[in-house]
Design a protein around this ligand. Structure first.
Ligand SMILES: [Zn+2]
Length: 108
């Protein structure tokens, strides 16, 4: 079963008020942020990867990942996840480190 959770009220006090969400509404009201901008304490997306498997997992395969957002209750200060989703993400090639040069360019 995959986690797909949206939390609409504070789990501590039950308030629907969120600090960053309200800050975002004020920014939009003043024309300082686009209407589609979503404000939160933190927003992260990624895939989970075991470091010991990084070198053997091929680029382009789909593996489990996460999409999470959090905010702070504007009534009691409780920090909590507002969005918690298990997603599928694709592995991508790591960018080359240009300082070190591309692999296989020395002494070939
Ligand atoms: Zn609260």
């Amino acid at each position: 079963m995959k986690t797909n959770l949206t939390v609409r009220i504070c789990p501590c006090c039950g308030s629907p008020r969120r600090f960053f969400e309200e800050l975002g509404m004020e920014m939009k009201k003043r024309g300082l942020a686009g209407e589609d901008k979503v404000f939160s304490l933190d927003a992260k997306q990624g895939i989970m990867m075991d470091d010991s498997k990084k070198r053997i997992i091929p680029v382009g395969i789909t593996i489990p990942g996460f999409d999470i957002k959090s905010d702070i209750c504007a009534e009691c200060g409780c920090m909590y996840a507002t969005e918690l989703h298990m997603i599928e993400g694709k592995t991508i090639a790591a960018p080359l480190d240009l300082q070190k040069g591309a692999p296989n360019t020395k002494n070939n």
